[in-house]
Design a protein. Structure first.
Length: 144
């Protein structure tokens, strides 16, 4: 009887973890106000030296309203520069230190924390649209 109880508890825990991880990673139900743009860019880190500097966001024209790329020193983040509140390709957030700031509505986005909007900075309630970014040491690959 004692052998069955620990095995049952392990099985229950394993099933709960699997179900929780599958549902927690789902994007269903979330529609970004920024449309999906087919974007693929390979940046040579020997040419784009700015991308090798940790902590300095870099603007690149592309995507819906441009891209903001940040090297944290450990990994790269890439965001569409379009303000999700305005959702206009002509209105790109500007880089202000570690933040992206919308020149129209004033919403502020933390570039170090997933492009998350900063509470009480403006009307936006949505984070910047995230692009996939990874480096092999020689190149940075950004895709959407």
């Amino acid at each position: 009887m004692n052998v069955i109880k620990p095995n049952f508890l392990r099985l229950t825990l394993a099933v709960s973890l699997i179900i929780g991880s599958v549902t927690a990673c789902s994007d269903e139900g979330f529609d970004s106000s920024i449309p999906d743009i087919n974007f693929r860019q390979k940046f040579s880190l020997s040419i784009y030296n700015e991308l090798k500097t940790a902590g300095t966001p870099y603007y690149y024209p592309g995507g819906y309203a441009g891209l903001i790329i940040l090297n944290t020193g450990l990994e790269y983040y890439a965001y569409d520069a379009a303000c999700p509140y305005e959702a206009d390709p002509q209105i790109a957030v500007t880089i202000d230190g570690i933040y992206g700031v919308c020149p129209e509505c004033g919403s502020k986005y933390n570039l170090w924390f997933g492009g998350a909007f900063v509470d009480d900075s403006g009307p936006s309630t949505e984070s910047l649209k995230v692009y996939s970014a990874y480096s092999d040491g020689s190149y940075l690959f950004v895709t959407n």
